[in-house]
Design a protein around this ligand. Structure first.
Ligand code: PHE
Ligand code: ZN
Length: 858
């Protein structure tokens, strides 16, 4: 129940998927005229509207914070309109009309970063999901597709570059030092894909020739000083364009493709038609400032936004409940792209780690929702790990069930059928069904049922017994069994091999599979390559897991066996205060010694599960016990395998930075080894880490050393933090790392340190990256976020409340960790709930935060 006593004056309305109705009016054409200025921008919009169907309802144009300065219908000024909660309501006679409105907006005071806003010296836009209504009056819903012609005028010195969607169709000088440009986009698009950018930008230019021989001009626009940091993004863009042709047969469809990097951005990036706008952290990369992880993220996000040109733009979403139609599919596409660029095994491990860290807790908490939600208060709250990452797993399962060939046929059919329209998740599944001839009725349950399925797999005599259950989630109690594709193999202990992998489609609550007779009890490798986004419980012994960690030919299965072995040990230790580490030490030692394995893989496999993931396995999270158990195992691994860590550390040293998969893998393993060396004996390791910190010729090694030092008590710690700050104080993206390294520390003084960092002159609530670097990172520090005195909860709630009036979207995204109160002891529960109550009671709370806080208390 919502606590209506504390709710905002009017409880914000719930929007329901069932209530979808086609738009009353369509807008086939729009001409926009921007007179740009940071303080006062005049926007004139001319809409060609047509009545959709037979009805006599007025035209309703969404607006948010807009006041019409003029309204004209068919060229005639009118006052026959009303404003209803921001919406401009206008009676129209006849089936079509030309409607013109004029408004004024103030980009420089737009702190929400939705609509037209200023970032650095730039003017830029963000319209998804509902930002266009902050720019002009318009039916701001994704099923209204229009052809856009956009004219903009601005001061030529402040804004020498003027960019829009589509093609440049005119430009020239104006009096008073101003100039203008006109952009025309031939592809009809929903308003959320509109974009413009104006500013002092410099381009890294390149070209791409499509498979049918069309030349595309590519440009990545940044501040002049950042140009050298755009090459990796450009390489990724060209590789993505080629990959989408090779793997999906999809070609780019315009003569130019522009990317702009901005410093202040609520999300990662935005796929506006031919004018992608990026959070600069996903464009800028060079060895001195970006880690290998950053490089991967840049390539992944560049690919993601590029792939949206088909999965999102050419075929868009009918309504926001269908968001996973474009996001889940596009994440799956970018994951496969990245897998193809380097180690597919390591990429899969990373993707599963993200899913487990971000999505499983969501599915298990008060904000759980299906990948196609049934209702929302504020759509911005639904850009979640469930929609994106679980959504990608649903598409991956279709790929697994249908096979690559039929999956591709299904995609072709989907793009063919729905090109130029706004589609639904159902349209996608139907295309898959029609192309493959398979019945996907039961598979559709993945779209509607929230929660992570739990599978148990047990071998009893000569039978494999599989059972599935789906936990209750808010609003969903009675769940149906899902269709779960399980890749599995049965290993022969004696030979170390298996007779072939099978794909089992578990479609009932319980299933029994006969095992081949004779040959003794096999070792079960199940959910190989993480074939379904589920939790698997087996009756495998430590010995079975050790066997798989050494023999499974599925790299994910091998990694998973090691993780399970570690988890079993750690959960036992957190519960009982101690555990026998022998099995883990042996398995890690063997993995380190296995020269046949890719070092990048070894680096992943020998890492202990995070404290948060250990907590997720326990009925109740005990942050201190988990930390102690994990540290004890880490120290034991460090000391008992000290020689092997030393050897790995030195064997993988590189004289000079290279950006290749092999060099990345070596850095990964070396830095994991550094972490263990530091765990063994702090003194020696402090000096070692500090040497690496100072000598590093790349950010991966420097930051790994800084992280190791920031986490401990070595005497070198203050000097390293100081030197890092001094070296990078002019680079906000690197200073974000400096904030995060301290916020993630397990040192006892971390609570006090983050409080002090909030008062640091470089901390600002106006830059979402900076807020996430401090408060977001701290909320993932399980040990200190859950400090017994509630100081961690209070810190997060304080920042959230200070941010809400400035940027409600980013504020709301800080909230979910406070909603996980059911997972801790009663004393902490009371402290967490008290912070949620305090948030809900704040006057003038945004509906973004209201939705998250009220649902979290329910
Ligand atoms: N559609 C963007 C993406 O997935 C994400 C985004 C959503 C960006 C909302 C900005 C605002 O790439
Ligand atoms: Zn996306």
């Amino acid at each position: 129940m919502l606590d209506t006593q504390n709710a905002p004056a009017a409880v914000p309305a719930l929007i329901r998927r069932e209530e979808y109705r086609p738009p009353d009016w369509l807008v086939p054409e729009i001409a926009l005229d921007f007179d740009l200025d940071a303080a006062r921008t005049r926007v004139t919009a001319r809409l060609m509207v047509t009545r959709n169907g037979v009805h006599d309802r007025p035209l309703r144009l969404d607006g948010d914070g807009l006041t019409p300065r003029a309204v004209r219908v068919n060229g005639v000024a009118t006052t026959d309109w009303t404003l209803e909660a921001g919406v401009l309501v206008l009676p129209i006679n006849g089936a079509t009309a030309e409607v013109e409105t004029e408004v004024e907006i103030a980009p420089e005071t737009n702190t929400q970063l939705m609509g037209l806003y200023a970032s650095g010296g730039l003017l830029c836009t963000q319209c998804e999901a509902e930002g266009f209504r902050r720019i002009t009056f318009f039916p701001d819903r994704p099923d209204v597709l229009s052809r856009y012609r956009v004219k903009m005028a601005a001061d030529k010195t402040l804004y020498p570059v003027l960019l829009g969607n589509g093609d440049l169709t005119g430009s020239g000088d104006l009096s008073g030092g101003r100039h203008w440009a006109e952009w025309t986009d031939p592809f009809p698009k929903p308003s959320y894909l509109f974009a413009l950018v104006a500013g002092q930008l410099f381009a890294n230019r390149d070209t791409f020739t499509t498979k049918s021989g069309k030349l595309v001009d590519l440009a990545i626009w940044v501040a002049e000083a950042d140009l050298p940091k755009t090459h990796h993004a450009m390489d990724a863009l060209k590789a993505s364009m080629k990959w989408d042709e090779d793997v999906y047969g999809r070609e780019y469809d315009l003569g130019q493709f522009n990317i702009v990097a901005v410093a202040d951005f609520n999300f990662g990036a935005m796929e506006n038609k031919s004018l992608n706008i990026f959070n600069s952290r996903y464009i800028l990369a060079d060895p001195d400032t970006a880690t290998d992880m950053d490089y991967d993220a840049v390539a992944g996000v560049v690919a993601h936004e590029y792939f949206h040109n088909w999965s999102g733009n050419r075929v868009t979403c009918r309504d926001w409940f269908q968001l996973s139609l474009k996001e889940g599919f596009t994440v799956f596409r970018d994951q496969c792209f990245s897998a193809d660029q380097g180690s597919a095994a390591v990429k899969r491990i990373e993707d599963v780690r993200v899913l487990r860290a971000a999505q499983f807790p969501e599915d298990a908490g008060p904000l759980a929702h299906p990948i196609r939600p049934d209702s929302y208060i504020e759509i911005s709250n639904f850009y979640t790990a469930t929609i994106y990452n679980k959504g990608a797993e649903i598409i991956r399962m279709l790929h697994t069930i249908l096979g690559a060939e039929d999956f591709r046929k299904g995609c072709d059919l989907y793009f063919d059928r729905h090109d130029g329209t706004a589609a639904t998740c159902e349209d996608f599944v139907r295309a898959m069904e029609n192309a493959s001839g398979r019945d996907l009725a039961q598979f559709r349950l993945w779209y509607g049922q929230a929660g992570t399925p739990r599978i148990t797999a047990k071998i009893s005599g000569e039978t494999l017994i599989l059972e599935q259950t789906l936990p209750e989630t808010p609003g969903q109690t009675d769940k149906q069994p899902m269709l779960i594709p399980l890749r599995l193999a049965l290993f022969d202990r004696a030979t170390g091999g298996h007779a072939g992998e099978q794909l089992v489609l578990l479609d009932k609550a319980r299933m029994e599979l006969p095992l081949p007779s004779g040959g003794g009890r096999p070792v079960l490798s199940i959910n190989r390559d993480f074939s379904a986004p589920i939790i698997v419980e087996t009756d495998r012994t430590a010995e079975d897991l050790a066997f798989l960690s050494a023999h499974d030919d599925d790299p994910f299965g091998r990694y998973e066996a090691m993780q399970q072995l570690m988890l079993d040990t750690l959960v036992g230790a957190a519960r009982d205060g101690a555990a026998d580490h022998t099995a883990v030490v042996t398995a890690v030692g063997q993995t380190l010694a296995n020269n046949a394995l890719d070092p990048a893989f070894i680096g992943e496999a020998v890492l202990l599960p995070s404290e948060a993931f250990i907590g997720d396995q326990m009925a109740q999270i005990d942050p201190e016990a988990i930390h102690r158990a994990r540290e004890a195992l880490r120290r034991d691994l460090a000391t008992r395998l000290a020689g092997q860590w030393e050897a790995a550390y030195h064997a993988h040293a590189a004289p000079r930075f290279h950006y290749t998969p092999e060099a990345k893998g070596a850095r990964r393993l070396r830095n994991v080894a550094l972490g263990y060396l530091a765990a063994a004996q702090a003194d020696h390791a402090g000096a070692l880490a500090f040497r690496q910190f100072e000598a590093a010729d790349n950010m991966t090694d420097r930051l790994a050393a800084l992280g190791t030092l920031a986490n401990g008590d070595a005497v070198e710690r203050p000097a390293a933090l100081q030197a890092f700050y001094a070296r990078y104080q002019d680079n906000p993206l690197v200073i974000d790392k400096w904030f995060s390294a301290q916020a993630l520390s397990s040192r006892a003084d971390t609570g006090a340190a983050v409080a002090a960092l909030r008062d640091h002159p470089d901390f600002t609530l106006h830059n979402p990256n900076r807020v996430r670097a401090l408060a977001g990172a701290f909320s993932m520090n399980q040990l200190h976020f859950h400090a017994a005195d509630g100081g961690g909860y209070r810190f997060l709630a304080d920042i959230l409340l200070a941010l809400d009036p400035i940027n409600p979207q980013t504020a709301a995204k800080l909230l979910p960790p406070l909603g996980r109160w059911r997972r801790v002891d009663p004393a902490r529960q009371a402290l967490m709930r008290a912070e949620l109550e305090r948030i809900l009671a704040a006057p003038g709370l945004s509906k973004d935060v209201f939705e998250q806080a009220s649902k979290s208390l329910a």
